[in-house]
Design a binder for this molecule. Structure first.
Ligand SMILES: Cc1cc2nc3c(=O)[nH]c(=O)nc-3n(C[C@H](O)[C@H](O)[C@H](O)COP(=O)(O)O)c2cc1C
Length: 240
């Protein structure tokens, strides 16, 4: 039986570890069946939850309970010093009212770009459901204690892999990577693998959301959600 983890919005990694719900195989539905339903139903402003994070959570949980591939994968866009945007996939590992958390190498290209410009964008490409969620926001490193908590939960091979890989740097051969992995395996052969100082999480604090639902004849439903001066979130329908 395969299981999927659903991470709840009211979870907190800082205090008590995050809450997880395990979805069993018999709870999983075919994405194409749900997609057809969702396209027929469409999306009205009144269907949206006032808190866009709660709205995201509702779509996220629906995505997790289908057979779509990699529902937690999101594209992260950053901008380099020349104003050139870059994108790559990362996995959403946790979210709550403060933002979306992913983990990576703090010396990687994306990390260097975030250090120069913390404004980023996320995209959840849930096309299997005829949906996408676009998010803009600001990235900041999470507390080391929170990174450690997550790192400690990772399989040993992934922990050692984090030590062995200088992410985004040029390496001449695959053998160099394998050798470094073996060296790190020896180095940390006993006890727990420590958290590398160059590895950890970022939290993206959202400044806008767009919820996009495919409809027939390209007349899709799309709502942007931004905070007004009074900090309340406001939705507006956008032409598709
Ligand atoms: C589905 C998928 C999930 C990924 N998840 C992560 C992740 O959570 N963290 C990460 O650092 N890289 C992840 N990667 C690799 C990144 O896309 C990227 O290649 C790597 O982080 C280096 O990016 P950079 O050079 O722009 O910093 C993932 C790739 C794929 C295809």
């Amino acid at each position: 039986m395969s299981l999927r983890k659903v991470i709840l919005i009211n979870s907190q990694i800082s205090e008590r570890g995050y809450t997880e719900v395990l979805v069993t195989q018999n709870m999983i539905m075919k994405a194409e069946v749900l997609r057809t339903e969702l396209m027929l139903k469409g999306m009205a402003k009144s269907d949206l939850l006032a808190d866009p994070m709660a709205q995201f959570e509702s779509w996220y949980q629906q995505a997790l309970t289908t057979d779509m591939a990699e529902p937690t994968a999101m594209s992260l866009a950053t901008v380099d010093a020349n104003g050139q945007p870059w994108q790559r996939m990362v996995l959403l590992k946790m979210f709550d009212e403060n933002g979306f958390v992913f983990f990576t190498n703090y010396s990687s290209r994306k990390a260097q770009q975030i250090a120069g410009n913390a404004k980023v964008s996320l995209l959840f490409p849930w096309q299997a459901l005829g949906r996408q969620v676009k998010i803009t926001g600001t990235a900041e490193k999470i507390a080391t204690a929170d990174s450690l908590k997550y790192f400690a939960s990772r399989p040993r091979g992934s922990q050692i892999g984090a030590w062995a890989s200088h992410q985004s740097q040029v390496i001449t051969t695959r053998a160099m990577l394998d050798t470094l992995f073996e060296q790190m395996k020896d180095k940390f052969s006993k006890g727990e693998v420590p958290l590398p100082s160059f590895w950890g999480g970022y939290r993206v604090k959202p400044s806008s959301f767009e919820f996009w639902q495919a409809r027939d004849s390209r007349l899709h439903d799309q709502f942007v959600c931004e905070q007004g001066d009074d900090e309340s979130w406001q939705y507006q329908r956008l032409a598709p």
